[in-house]
Design a protein around this ligand. Structure first.
Ligand code: UFG
Length: 323
């Protein structure tokens, strides 16, 4: 039995493939390499294909004996999702629908979905537990919550068993140095800090210093991508053990402000970060903090590498070598 990893050559997908291979799973990566990288394929079979091509997706299930699917492939830029929502709805819903339909045709009923803290919208309380109302603010978050709704309906109607993992701020790089984070354009804080230190961006922009937080900059819950990958393996084991469907936050319940990340980056790299203060970015909330109680209770998951120094040290090692 093989595990199909859609988007397995992307940032979080590739780290999860490495974790799955390390635990002896047989992996098939399905990726169109539009944002995924060939260098990030560390093993397993590879199907180069487009998840919007329903026939190609069905063929993958006829070619391989698939037992479960992990779906990472997604458009992820919040700002772009405001500008071009049609692209987001078509792609993020269409890819999930194609995978689910091909799964059912092949009799596969186990699915792990890359969801996001964006489904909660503007948080009403912190830390955010999974029973917090789902009320996404941006179209990207709406696509994630719509897929979650589809999963619930398919569970009830067709016996689908899923784990929807709601990521907070994924960051860091594989400690072995092969895999890392690179997006084009890069919008995320930590890679942008490192790019500014490498001279690839003239200066880091800080989006807002007037938030109701201790230092005025936004507070986030950063989780090391290797810890995130480990949670996917645990979620897969839970589904293979016939456990019920779940929505689970993946974060650490530790909040770090933008300025604190910058100071930590200066400590880790020994270099001053060049920055300038800019207005707030549309849709950024002051604080996002995950309750990790459910991930610990249901999956037996604990973060091991998610302190900000380890995140920055691993990211810096990869960026210095690879960017
Ligand atoms: N930031 C800067 N400068 C930058 C980049 C980011 O100041 O160059 C700030 C942002 O304004 C924010 C914080 O750093 O306050 C973190 O920003 P990221 O872009 O790294 O992450 P976000 O919290 O905005 O985004 C994350 C996920 C998204 C998800 C979103 C909302 O990456 O996929 O949370 O849940 F949609």
């Amino acid at each position: 039995m093989k595990i199909l990893v859609a988007g397995g050559a992307g940032y979080i997908g590739s780290h999860t493939v490495k974790a799955l291979l390390g635990e002896g799973f047989d992996v098939v990566i399905f990726d169109d390499f539009s944002t995924g990288k060939r260098d990030f394929v560390t093993g397993g079979a590879v199907i180069e294909g487009d998840l919007m091509d329903a026939a190609a997706v069905r063929k993958a299930f006829r070619t391989h004996d698939i037992g479960a699917v992990l779906h990472f492939a997604s458009l992820i830029q919040v700002e772009e999702s405001f500008r071009d929502p049609q692209r987001y709805y078509r792609h993020n819903l269409g890819t999930a629908m194609n995978l689910l339909e091909a799964m059912f045709e092949a009799g596969v009923r186990r699915f792990i979905f890359s969801s996001s803290a964006a489904v909660y919208g503007i948080p009403q309380r912190q830390p955010i537990t999974e029973d917090h109302p789902v009320n996404p603010y941006n179209p990207y978050g709406v696509t994630k919550s719509m897929v979650e709704r589809i999963l619930q309906d398919y569970d009830r109607a067709y016996g689908l068993r899923f784990v929807s993992l709601r990521y907070f701020n994924a960051a860091g790089a594989d400690p072995d140095g092969i895999l890392g984070e690179m997006h084009d354009p890069e919008t995320h804080l930590i890679p942008n800090i490192l790019l500014s230190l490498l001279g690839k961006k003239p200066v880091l922009g800080i989006f807002g210093t007037d938030f109701p937080t201790p230092d005025g900059t936004a507070v986030r819950d950063y989780i090391h991508v290797t810890d995130l990958a480990a949670a996917h393996v645990l979620a897969l084991r839970s589904l293979l053990g016939d456990k019920p469907s779940e929505f689970i936050n993946l974060g650490t319940n530790v909040g770090i402000s933008v300025l604190e990340v910058i100071r930590a980056a200066e400590r880790v790299t020994g270099k001053p970060v060049p920055y300038k203060i800019l207005p707030r970015r549309e849709g950024d909330v002051p604080v996002l903090l995950a309750s990790r109680e459910k991930a610990e209770r249901v999956l037996g998951w604990t973060p091991r590498l998610s302190d900000i120094e380890t995140i920055l040290r691993t990211a810096w090692a990869w960026h210095r070598k690879s960017v």
